[in-house]
Design a protein around this ligand. Structure first.
Ligand code: HXC
Length: 517
């Protein structure tokens, strides 16, 4: 018996209403502003023909204030699964064209269903946030919905990768859902994220500010450190999601997508021999080293504009996906400060939880000296790096390019902090503290009596470097495993990584450690 025309027509009619969302006019308005609709965002995320929606026929709860006659197609959020590069991914996309993408009870239930599916199927989840926040008519029903989403974000953390795209407003408490995820990508124009907007700040504190200053992509990428990538527009945001996913496993039980060829053929890069300047105070760009090590120079930098004194990101070495962490000598001389410590520690923990080996490149003169740093808690923040590295059980390889001084060296994953292999270049300087500081303490009397104090200090510092900071001293004490020519770095790391692919390290059972936060 064939389906009756009435039933078939009814389905098509309902489908059309739901698929139209806010209607053609609202879609046109979006396009005029160079933006995609919620459905178009999912269309560009997933490979053609792979999207399976759930909740297309969702209806808002009509018992709420002023809602009885309202039509809210999909309840303002489109949810489902699809494939990216042949791998399944779950997603939701808030539809600003439908009551401002505001979050009501059913809207929240749909997002929760996407998150529940992600954890059940062991697949990453991508969320497009574009919403006026809690649906005011639904009051505490909406508030409760946010609570249910946050709760799931936390349950998913460390189980499946969670990626947020901020593609419109994301205001008030709503910003905490993206904040609980692993990566946030924000579009340069049309997106705002804040807890209290300029108007609230002015009325409560009298401070005058602008949305650009507190809630723009630029502010979050470079000042607050709340986001990881700036996208030029929606299409670029999706490109970044694709690139990010290409380095990540689907869940914490899987390996990341390595591209391992059976034969390891790596040629030396003589340019690396020339990179480090003769004068140890002259900076060099660590990105050049990273790009030389990453297969095809393909390096996805994370948080490029925040705490630029440390560089983090993903690449492959000899086909193996790795997370790079490197001091950046061109910014604040590569010192570790509060922001750099927070940035690197969280990245190390992400890599560890998703089985991504960590390659650490060291040129660190120490922690950044300063009253502000001490008063704002560099001890607590720097401790995060020690904690993150020492708790990480993934393969850890450390390359000492130049300075490796004091506690900051330990914070960059020395052998004592659990590195599986530490290699140094002949330019390495490894010591308990920097030469100038050590000399000023050890030779106070000699310096006071010297006629030319500057020349004497330099002479003693040079002597200290060659006598006490040479990598051969550390190699002699087995604190580093080898000293290599810079040009040999890639082949050395690639070989070590292959040898560590089946690394296993167990720790005493515990609920979780107590990382200094
Ligand atoms: C219900 C909402 C809404 C909301 C927008 N709309 N936000 N409806 N609840 N929160 C509706 C509008 O009424 C309008 O409906 C449509 O969405 C488009 O909104 P516009 O204002 O026309 O758009 P625009 O000019 O682009 O302004 C966007 C906006 C503004 C800046 C986001 O809409 C706004 O300020 N909204 C309210 C933001 C807010 O205060 N949210 C509640 C925060 S409390 P029509 O029918 O006219 O098209 C909160 C608590 C969360 O979120 C706690 C979590 C822990």
């Amino acid at each position: 018996m064939a389906i009756s025309k009435t039933l078939s027509d009814e389905l098509e009619k309902r489908r059309k209403i739901a698929l139209d969302g806010g209607g053609a006019k609202k879609a046109e308005d979006r396009h005029a502003k160079g933006r995609m609709t919620a459905r178009e965002r999912l269309g560009s995320l997933f490979s053609k023909g792979t999207f399976q929606e759930f909740g297309l026929h969702a209806q808002h709860n009509t018992r709420y204030f002023g809602m009885a006659d309202k039509s809210i197609p999909t309840d303002g959020v489109i949810c489902g699964t699809g494939f990216v590069d042949g791998r399944p991914v779950a997603a939701f996309s808030q539809d600003f064209g439908v009551v401002g993408g505001s979050l009501g009870e059913i809207h929240a239930k749909k997002i929760c269903a996407a998150l529940d599916h992600a954890v059940k199927a062991g697949v990453p989840v991508v969320g497009f946030n574009d919403s006026g926040g809690a649906r005011i008519q639904e009051g505490v029903g909406a508030l409760s919905g946010y609570g249910q989403v946050f709760y799931r974000n936390v349950q998913l953390s460390g189980v499946v990768p969670q990626i947020s795209v901020i593609a419109g407003p994301c205001a008030g408490g709503a910003a905490y859902s993206p904040a609980l995820t692993d990566f946030i990508i924000m579009t340069r124009k049309n997106a705002q994220m804040f807890i209290c907007g300029p108007e609230v700040i002015r009325s409560v504190t009298g401070q005058v500010t602008t949305m650009d200053e507190i809630g723009s992509a630029q502010a979050h990428a470079s000042v607050s450190g709340n986001i990881h990538f700036i996208a030029e527009d929606d299409a670029h945001a999706v490109q970044i999601v694709h690139k990010l996913l290409s380095f990540l496993p689907s869940n914490n039980m899987m390996d990341p997508p390595h591209h391992i060829e059976p034969d390891l053929k790596i040629v030396d890069d003589p340019a690396l021999d020339e990179l480090v300047p003769a004068d140890s105070k002259t900076p060099f760009d660590c990105r050049k080293v990273i790009k030389s090590l990453a297969d095809g120079g393909d390096f996805l930098e994370v948080m490029e504009h925040f705490a630029a004194n440390i560089v983090i990101g993903f690449g492959r070495i000899g086909g193996v996906v790795v997370g790079f962490v490197s001091n950046q000598p061109t910014v604040k001389a590569g010192t570790l400060d509060i922001d750099a410590s927070d940035k690197a520690a969280r990245f190390v923990r992400f890599c560890n939880v998703y089985n991504i080996p960590i390659v650490t490149l060291v040129d660190v003169p120490g922690f950044l000296p300063g009253v502000n740093e001490e008063r704002r808690g560099i001890i607590r923040h720097g401790a995060k790096m020690l904690f993150a590295y020492a708790s990480a059980t993934v393969p850890k390889i450390t390359v000492i390019m130049r300075k490796a001084y004091g506690g900051a060296y330990l914070a960059m994953c020395s052998e004592d902090m659990g590195a599986d292999r530490v290699i140094a270049w002949p330019t390495a300087e490894i010591a308990v503290m920097g030469a100038e500081g050590a000399v000023s303490i050890l030779y106070r009397k000699e310096l006071a009596e010297a006629e030319d104090k500057v020349a004497k200090a330099k002479e003693l510092a040079d002597e200290y470097r060659t006598e006490f900071a040479t990598p051969y001293l550390s190699a002699g004490r087995l604190a580093i495993h080898d000293i290599i020519q810079p040009r040999e770095t890639k082949s050395s790391i690639a070989l070590t990584l292959r040898g560590l692919m089946s690394k296993r390290e167990t720790r005493p059972p515990k609920k979780h450690g107590n990382i200094p936060l």
